[in-house]
Design a protein around this ligand. Structure first.
Ligand SMILES: Cc1ncc(C[n+]2csc(CCOP(=O)(O)OP(=O)(O)O)c2C)c(N)n1
Ligand SMILES: [Mg+2]
Length: 575
């Protein structure tokens, strides 16, 4: 009996596997170096429909894939070699799980016989990512090539793709034990015996849609719409904005929601709901939630405290964004509307308070002597156009963007890693977004987050992508000054705020970035303008001070809420 040639079978099967990924719609893949995953890397690279990006650090590869999948709206494959390399993908898999980003993680492994016997670079990779992987499959390739093996591998590729993208999207993990020899000793040639489906169709097509019917419910006159991050369904965001406009409903629009640009969007909810008396007057008869719950703590607290008010969540991805357990119904689509209009007196309180707070913030921001962190967020919202993407880091940047990004005007697309709110991998994700975005990407990031993914800056030299990074450098975690831990004595500074004294101009030199230190609004504007369209990576640094930043935020909120309550008193003097 002639010995089968498992390497040829391996390559033919992986060739068909990548072909199916591309047929399903995949366009991007990320590779990282190693020997065991060579068959995977070569198969991905040789698939003509895939653009492959090489990364030295698997953590960067994973987060780059997260950004590319987020911005491109399709699953992205990422592959690595065996051992700790596969563990390095864990942070990105965790982020992708919680943010519902479709990834196909392909970890090379040693065959089972070489595990736990002292063979090198072999760890237990089975279900390595636990529940963070939507689906785990030990993808042991059949050693012989036949029709059954080909059907199996084509179907498996489709299943991985659709599983990643349908329902609640997320990462799927396929672990591939691969045997030596890992490379062919001659050209593979074209496969003709076991072709895929005609007309470039995938082996298994999918047309699964939300099966649940649209509920027929008339919305009451005091219905508030809370619109958060959606990312995968712009039609839903459009419909929510249209519903708000046609009924005249208050639309509390998170900066991560495309509805923020809608004419009836309310941007200052985070501020207004800090005032308990005002929050009580703004209370609705029904809440319609669309997408993720926004970050705002006052908003979350207000929603949690609405008692018996029905709260409907349009949640086509089964995301269960309800930490307080107050959602009463989960819907797959927006409810239909009657001809009802919003209660005009109640709507006026919302609109008036938002307009007053917004105008007061605009004045107060301009009155600040130095270039403040909130002003940077506001100006980026004003300067960037709808074809631009603003990638926002966790910590204060996302909070400042939520409150200070303007509303009801053309805005950039805003993306952020909100699955696990990590400050890790953000530079890499922004590069991934840059690779998959049709227009320029600007990253707004704090210094600790930048320091955490400094290695992500390698992409500047290696991948030829454009990115404009606006760094808010307050020498540590400025957010902690807003939290109760800031009172924790001497240890606070060293162990919580973690000042580092880094001079990021050196990082710019090391990684080959253009560097601008912006001390004024004009310098910031010039730096951002120079970065966008340059084809290169630009670092625009704004230096601030953590304690002063806390004061700025307090001053702005006091001025805006003061203006709102003065106006309310003027409108009804006896109140
Ligand atoms: C991976 C990870 N480690 C730690 C944290 C906890 N954390 C939240 S915010 C923050 C500080 C971020 O500092 P910086 O990026 O400078 O932003 P700033 O708070 O100054 O706005 C830290 C360490 C986290 N969210 N993610
Ligand atoms: Mg900081």
């Amino acid at each position: 009996v002639p010995a089968p040639c498992p390497t040829v079978a391996t390559y033919r099967l992986l060739r068909a596997f990548c072909d199916e990924l591309a047929r399903c719609g995949m366009r991007f893949a990320c590779t990282s170096p190693g020997s065991r995953n060579t068959p995977l890397v070569l198969s991905l690279v040789r698939e003509p429909e895939l653009r492959c990006f090489s990364h030295i650090d698997e953590r960067c590869a994973g987060f780059f894939a997260v950004g590319a999948a987020k911005a491109g709206g399709r699953p992205v494959a990422v592959t690595c070699t065996s051992g700790t390399a596969s563990a390095e993908l864990a942070p990105a898999v965790v982020e992708a799980h919680w943010a519902r980003v479709p990834l196909i993680v392909l970890t090379a492994d040693r065959p089972a016989q070489l595990r736990d016997v002292g063979a090198g670079q072999a760890i237990d990779q089975l279900k390595l990512y636990g529940d963070a992987a939507k689906w785990f499959y030990e993808m042991e390739l059949p050693p012989v090539l036949d029709a059954a093996a080909m059907r199996w591998v084509r179907q498996l590729a489709c299943r991985a793709y659709w599983t990643a993208v349908e329902g609640r999207p997320g990462p799927v993990h396929l672990n591939l034990p691969l045997r030596e020899p890992l490379i062919l000793d001659g050209p593979l040639g074209e496969e003709t015996e076991f072709p895929g489906r005609p007309d470039g169709r995938p082996w298994v097509a999918s047309g699964r849609a939300g099966a649940r019917a649209e509920p027929a419910c008339a919305l009451p006159a005091r219905t508030v719409i809370v619109a958060g991050r959606v990312e995968h369904d712009s039609a839903l965001e459009h419909a929510a904005a249209a519903l708000a406009e046609s009924m005249g409903l208050p639309l509390l629009a998170d900066a991560l929601s495309a509805t923020r640009a809608a004419p009836t969007a309310i941007a200052t909810y985070d501020l207004l709901l800090r005032d308990p008396a005002l929050a009580a007057r703004l209370a609705p008869e029904l809440v319609l939630r669309v997408g993720d719950l926004p970050t705002s703590k006052p908003l979350r607290g207000w929603l949690a405290g609405l008692g018996d008010v029905p709260q409907l969540a349009v949640d086509p991805e089964a995301a269960w964004q309800d930490p307080d357990g107050v959602v009463s119904e989960i819907l797959a689509t927006l409810p239909s509307i009657g001809a009802a209009r919003a209660d005009p007196a109640w709507l006026a309180i919302w609109r008036d308070a938002d307009a007053t707070a917004g105008a007061a913030l605009t004045t107060a921001l301009a009155d600040e002597a130095s270039l403040s962190e909130p002003l940077v967020a506001r100006r980026l919202g004003e300067w960037l156009a709808p074809e631009h993407t603003l990638f926002v880091a966790a910590s204060m940047p996302i909070r400042d963007v939520e409150l200070y990004l303007p509303a009801a005007r053309p805005l950039p697309r805003v993306l952020s890693n909100r699955g696990a709110n990590g400050i890790d991998g953000i530079v890499s994700s922004a590069f991934g977004a840059a690779a998959a975005s049709p227009g320029p990407v600007v990253l707004l990031i704090g210094d600790v987050a930048l320091a955490h993914d400094l290695g992500g800056l390698l992409a500047a030299r290696r991948l030829g992508l454009e990115l404009t990074i606006v760094l808010l450098n307050n020498d540590g975690g400025g957010i902690f000054h807003f939290l109760p831990v800031s009172g924790e004595g001497d240890a606070f500074d060293e162990h919580v705020a973690t000042p580092h004294g880094l001079d990021f101009a050196h990082a710019a030199r090391l990684y080959g970035l253009h560097y601008v230190h912006a001390q004024t609004e004009d310098e910031l504007h010039a730096g951002v303008r120079a970065g966008i369209g340059s084809g290169a990576v630009t670092l625009v640094e704004v230096r601030t001070e953590r304690a002063a930043n806390l004061d700025v935020h307090r001053r702005l909120a006091d001025k805006a809420l003061g203006a709102v309550s003065r106006r309310a008193r003027a409108a009804s003097p006896r109140a």
